[in-house]
Ligand binder design. Structure first.
Ligand code: ADP
Ligand code: MG
Ligand code: MG
Length: 892
């Protein structure tokens, strides 16, 4: 028989932390905490299999479930001395969602369930606090109505406002038991008005309504959006946790809060959290009241005069510290916990792996290794390579002048400038128009996810470090400033004002997520520091990884960045990029448009010294590391003169009439440039171009050897070939130039000649090509285009639909299409290795910095990947992780 329900409480549980798939993250965590002997209110988890059953059976439950829930309710009753539905000692419950992957705030929770017109009186009696009882009941009606009955909060808030006005008070806290009692009558009337039915009084009916609603919340639009952004499969489903209520709003020795076992922004080893005295759970995360610090240290750091939990509730604080230390040691990772204190007694309500910034992820991984908690390999595996991106991007230049208009909490680091948007939809629209956006909200809610996704950074005027905005922004790796109370937002007029200035939608704003500063206008950004934990983890990764990581670089700044980011060499130097500068462009145009050899030679003679100078600089910067230089691969149309002035200029340089240039341009016009006169076809038609480049390379190598003593071994690469004879012809020219330069200079340069593999035919014929090519570099951008007949420049109009419909698993220009393009690579690898064992193989192009593609390259046993300099650290870490995974699967 299938077990649908797992209980936990009183030092033991039927489940455990390794049953995440079945119990969801929250359920598994509650079970594990109970097993560890931590104080957890007793309860039970209804499994994710019930969710699957529910959706496969027209939202009905398995027949056995009702009886299982009944038994589990009895279990809670015995441990609490209360009974669900009892009128004297009523058991009150929370009904909580809990998916396998954490989806903070995305799904619904109902608290105080089991209250009705009768049990509320028992609660008042038993607690000796009428106000507390009626406040709890009205909260329950609000939450239940919103989650289960679909009646929005504003219906009730309006009633509260109206009542406060009538009573002449400003704050909810000024309302007493009688006020709430009256409001409950009004609330219930609202429910009848909105749903046509009375608010359910029977606890059983309430319970099943809530359970069905939580399962139902798996398919709300916001949950679907969140899963899409975070790549969580829809078929995982959620579990439902039903748990005895404990109350943080029972008076001055009651409290509720959330905490991280380490600082989630910096990773520092210090308990970091927020709490509210006399409050119920949601108050902290919802950003309704700005919470207080848990420790004295962070209270002082924040300069707050509100007491910390350490001073307000010292005994509970000490117990809480022990519990968090135990959890961190047990899970061997930073935990994010939720807790409530009821009349001086601590209750743990949730534990999960804490979301953290990439700075913190690095620091925690390195620190925990040094503390002996985890092994180096685990530290490497724990940092998401893509998250390094955040560290590699600019921060606000420390010396730039800042016009700070307000300071809030530094909720998620990094800096961003953008135009102000006041709603999520607006942010998304502006982003779609190619603008950079800062989303400004009083506070964010799960309905704003798409706007936060679209924005460069998020600013809120309310809420703390654990508010919704802060948690979500950190998860997305975006800068965020919360609780910037000095800013007044006026949604109705789409303006905000601070420091006496009014800002409109579209005005420029800069956020510094590291300091919490909100700055007027756009501002200079500075380059990142790559020391400390970053350097340590990278060193560990380098010791582990098998593949080389090279950079695609042609300019001196790119080459310097490549070295700074730890590249093992240059894997792709695109020489055509060296020709784009204005002083060279005319010479290049002259070369292309010349209609005879003499004209071309004259142009090439101008280019030779420039090219030689380029290579000298590049070789010097790379200091003996390998450099792969690709012969000219012109996107011809990009080089051709367009305007009359440009045509005249070339005509003059060539000494021919402009009409002649125009007719030559007409000759060169192509219907389909992607399949046209490009790649090695140019070197076949005009070998003197390749000869000039080869000469520049060899002469530069000789010169650098002379200057620095460093031996340069250039790797020369031909672009886009389709056949071995094509390669052989070009290679023969290069070899001849090598001999000539050696004779002229008396210096033989060690070099190799290889080729790009960018056409299916080159892959299929890799066996014979490898007989003469010393190395192959799979150019997966073009290989994807040629394999799929998909032009990268034109695909955007339909590619999105292909991915959305599941025709393609992902954008093939971002992650390599393993099944198709990947098979061509695999064939090329196999055939070239068979012909020339030990042949050097790599890939270059956008894919070279994509972790999923890197894992695929590791499987194929490639020697290197080459990617843009900024992605080199990502690739180094991803390559190390790929090596570790391959080793682990070999030993399985
Ligand atoms: P989420 O998944 O959005 O974090 P939770 O299920 O954790 O939602 O519930 C939100 C908050 O409700 C918790 O942080 C906690 O403060 C409160 N809560 C949940 N269950 C209980 C309970 N049994 N007793 C008291 N408070 C609870
Ligand atoms: Mg929670
Ligand atoms: Mg190409």
């Amino acid at each position: 028989m299938v077990k649908w329900v797992y209980t936990f409480g009183a030092g033991k549980a039927e489940g455990s932390s390794d049953m995440r798939d079945l119990l969801g993250g929250k359920g598994a965590g509650l079970a594990e905490m109970a097993n560890l002997g931590l104080p957890v209110p007793p309860g039970f988890t209804i499994t994710t299999e019930v969710c699957t059953y529910f959706y496969e059976n027209e939202r009905r439950f398995p027949p056995q479930l009702a009886a299982d829930v009944e038994t589990a309710l009895g279990f809670i009753g015995r441990l609490t001395g209360k009974a669900f539905g009892d009128n004297e000692a009523p058991l009150l419950l929370s009904v909580r969602s809990g998916a396998r992957a954490s989806m903070p705030g995305m799904m619904d929770t109902v608290l105080n369930l089991g209250l009705n017109d009768v049990t509320v009186r028992a609660l008042a009696q038993n607690s000796g606090d009428e106000r507390f009882a009626y406040d709890s009941y009205r909260r329950f009606i609000q939450m239940y109505s919103s989650v289960v009955l679909g009646i929005g909060h504003h219906h009730f808030e309006d009633a509260v406002e109206y009542h406060k006005e009538a009573r002449g008070v400003t704050f909810d806290t000024e309302l007493g038991a009688e006020d709430w009692e009256k409001l409950i009558v009004a609330f219930k009337a609202k429910v009848v008005e909105a749903s046509g039915k009375p608010f359910p009084q029977a606890p059983k009916e309430q319970l099943w309504g809530a359970i069905a609603a939580v399962f139902g919340s798996w398919l709300t639009p916001r949950a679907i959006t969140y899963r899409r952004i975070h790549g969580i499969p829809a078929n995982w489903g959620t579990a439902v946790n039903v748990q005895a209520m404990v109350f943080g709003n029972m008076g001055p020795t009651s409290a509720t809060g959330v905490a991280f076992t380490r600082n989630p922004s910096t990773g520092a080893k210090e308990l970091y959290g927020e709490f509210l005295l006399n409050a119920q759970g949601e108050d902290v995360v919802a950003g309704i009241r700005t919470p207080n610090a848990i420790t004295e240290a962070s209270r002082c750091a924040a300069g707050s005069d509100q007491p910390s939990m350490e001073t307000a509730l010292p005994a509970v604080f000490a117990e809480f510290v022990r519990a968090t230390e135990l959890l961190e040691r047990h899970y061997r990772d930073m935990q994010d916990v939720e807790f409530t204190v009821e009349n001086g007694k601590l209750w743990m309500l949730q534990t999960r792996t804490g979301k953290r910034t990439s700075v913190a992820a690095l620091r925690v991984a390195v620190d925990m290794t040094h503390e002996g908690l985890i092994a180096r390999d685990e530290a490497i595996a724990r940092v998401d390579p893509a998250s390094l991106d955040q560290l590699l991007h600019p921060a606000i230049d420390p010396v730039a002048t800042r016009k700070v208009i307000a300071t809030g909490l530094p909720a998620s680091p990094g800096a961003a400038s953008g135009e102000i948007a006041f709603t999520a939809d607006e942010a998304e629209q502006m982003k779609n128009m190619g603008r950079k956006v800062i989303l400004v909200r009083i506070e964010t809610s799960p309905d704003d996810i798409h706007g936060m996704h679209a924005a460069e950074g998020v600013l809120t005027t309310r809420g703390g470090m654990t508010s919704h905005a802060a948690v979500v922004a950190r998860g997305m790796g975006k800068p965020c400033v919360t609780g910037a109370a000095a800013i007044r937002v006026d949604y109705a007029n789409a303006t905000m004002s601070a420091a006496g200035v009014t800002f409109k939608r579209g005005d420029m704003l800069t956020l510094d997520g590291a300091t919490g500063e909100v700055i007027q206008g756009a501002i200079e950004m500075s380059q990142p520091e790559l020391s400390g934990e970053f350097a340590i983890l990278m060193k560990w990764a380098d010791e582990v990884r098998r593949m080389q990581v090279r950079a695609n670089a042609e300019t001196p700044p790119d080459a310097r960045a490549a070295r700074k980011f730890g590249a093992d060499g240059i894997g792709l130097c695109r020489t055509e990029h060296m020709f784009f500068e204005t002083d060279r462009l005319t010479a290049v145009r002259q070369m292309i448009l010349a209609d005879d050899l003499a004209g071309r030679r004259a142009a090439l003679a101008k280019l030779l010294p420039m090219q030689r100078g380029d290579f000298i600089e590049l070789f010097e910067i790379m200091g003996g590391l390998p450099v792969t230089i690709r012969l000219l691969d012109p996107p011809l149309h990009e080089f051709l003169p367009q305007t009359a002035a440009e045509i005249d200029e070339v005509a003059e340089a060539l000494g021919v009439p402009a009409e002649k240039i125009c007719s030559r341009l007409a000759d060169l016009r192509e219907v389909n440039p992607m399949l046209g006169f490009r790649g090695s076809r140019l070197a076949i038609a005009f070998p003197e171009i390749a000869e000039m480049q080869a000469r520049a390379i060899f002469e530069a190598a000789v010169e650098v050897k002379r200057r620095t003593g460093e031996l340069v071994r250039p790797e020369i690469m031909t672009p886009l070939i389709i056949a071995k004879p094509e390669f052989d012809l070009i290679k023969a020219k290069v070899d001849a130039i090598a001999r000539t330069v050696a004779e002229e200079t008396g210096q033989a340069v060690p070099y190799t000649v290889g080729t790009m593999v960018e056409t299916p035919r080159a892959s299929l014929r890799a066996g014979e090509i490898a007989e003469s090519a010393a190395f192959l570099s799979f150019g997966t951008n073009d290989l994807t285009q040629t394999c799929m007949a998909l032009s990268r420049d034109d695909a955007s109009s339909f590619l999105g639909r292909y991915v959305a419909l599941g025709i393609l698993p992902a954008d093939p220009f971002v992650t390599i299409d393993q099944d198709g393009v990947g098979e061509l690579v695999a064939i090329g690898v196999e055939r070239s290795r068979a012909a020339r064992p030990g042949i050097k193989l790599g890939i270059c192009g956008e894919h070279g910095g994509d972790p999923a593609t890197i894992a695929f390259c590791e499987k194929l046993g490639l020697d290197y990947v080459s990617c843009s300099p900024f992605r080199v650290p990502i690739a180094r870490l991803a390559a190390a992780q790929a090596t570790l995974r391959r080793k682990a699967s070999n030993t399985d």
